[in-house]
Design a protein around this ligand. Sequence first.
Ligand SMILES: Cc1cc2nc3c(=O)[nH]c(=O)nc-3n(C[C@H](O)[C@H](O)[C@H](O)COP(=O)(O)O)c2cc1C
Length: 520
Amino acid sequence: MVNNFMQVLANIPWWGWALFILLIIAIRDIFIQRAHTISHNFPIVGHIRYMLESIGPELRQYLVANNREELPFNRIERGWIYASAKRENNYEGFGTDRDIYAQQYIFINNAMIPFKLPDGHPNKTDYAFIPCAKVMGAYHKRKKPYRPKSVINISAMSFGSLSAKAVESMNVGAKKAGAYHNTGEGGLSPYHKNGADVIFHIGTGYFGVRDEEGNFSMEKLRKLVKENPCIKAIEIKLSQGAKPGKGGVLPGKKISKEIAEIRHVPIGQDVLSPPNHAVFNTVSEMVDFIENVANETGLPVGIKAAIGKLDEWKELAKIMKETSKGPDFITVDGGEGGTGAAPPSFADHVSLPWVYGFSDVYRIFKNQDITDHIVFIASGKLGFPARAAMAFSMGADCINVAREAMMSIGCIQAQICHTNRCPAGVATQKKWLQNGIDVPLKSDRLFSYFKTFKKELLEITHACGYEHPCQFTMDDVDVSLGDKNMTQTLAAAHNYNKHKVPFNGMQELKECPYLGGSND
Ligand SMILES: Cc1cc2nc3c(=O)[nH]c(=O)nc-3n(C[C@H](O)[C@H](O)[C@H](O)COP(=O)(O)O)c2cc1C
């Protein structure tokens, strides 16, 4: 009997099995599953639609979209980062493929005679040596002022949103590039401690410096800073461009023993990161908190924010002018900024794009004549030499890059950071996906991207007749207003010109005792 049954099964041809499987799928589609109307109404063929939808971004990215079409980063931009990171040929032939008459297009005004490096100049031997022209914390006389060794640095991205191997690759690469590495909200992990300067980032969850109840603990911060001399400055996050005013929940199932230890949160329980800081409610309370943190740690303290309404910024500038207290640096993040996860309505619409947000805020501090007390840090798709030059001309002193740094270590812009399924192993906690990341190789790629970026930024700087990007003014960059309006300088378009940054040559920056901070 059993033998007969097996005989019948063995005699069924392959297409009979195929029909049988399709029949099972059709029964499941029509009678069992309730989630997909299309599959119910069009059994079997409905699946093709879901398959195409899921691989649509990849198809468009590789086959359909043209070189300049995609967002957030188009193929030319990504290609430039990949080629720079791999030390491949990152030039293009035949001339630009961009519509240089388009509205909002920027033109950098080159000098008739470029800047010539004199003999013995620091850039003769190291063409990627561009330290920050300002010292963080110098004006407020912090105990440990810090001059970043590189004007290009790694923006806040936590261990948790990024994989351990990605964080480690970035830190090792940043060390080689002389860049600082911002920890992001998730606390200081062992992967941040591979030798790069670190900016410790404090979000509303106070991860890594919170007590049992989740309140901010100054004692823990003091201890952390004392035990980790790599921490050169502290950044208090007010908001980020992709989701200003939006807190987050860290689901319990993602909180491994390691993450729980680093963040100082209980294992396996949901943890809330609220929209507001519990330690201050007003601008003047925030200034008091900044001063407390600076006094307790000796480090420069800054704030990071995306820009929208300006009243509180005016209040901050007034308080800073009147009391000579307040942040040592301000990181202005653009609405185009990235995130590990955010609702699209926030990412698309809340907060101003970098150019508008930065010009609004800088102008407020300029009106109070205090821009030279503050190091201005800029982030929001600025990881390219020409855009960085524009940011410097508007008053930025340093550039932070996040997604560009991710791409340099292999991110393919799959845009699924929020799913834990990052195919490049960069934004996932899955071990087998991370295993593809070779830390020595990827750290070298980040280093090469930074090096090429700084080299090209310096070449543009020299082409405009300057020695350091801090010397760019808003009259050096024109922005096209489209059609008959011709072009205007940034100064005319944004109605200010930046305050002149005191700069007496690269050699002086090289000899500065605060270059790279002090560990005393
Ligand atoms: C994966 C990921 C994680 C991020 N995590 C943080 C964070 O913890 N805190 C923060 O202030 N910004 C965070 N950001 C925003 C970046 O620091 C940066 O401000 C923004 O992406 C703009 O820079 P970009 O255009 O170079 O990516 C994150 C961005 C990404 C892509």
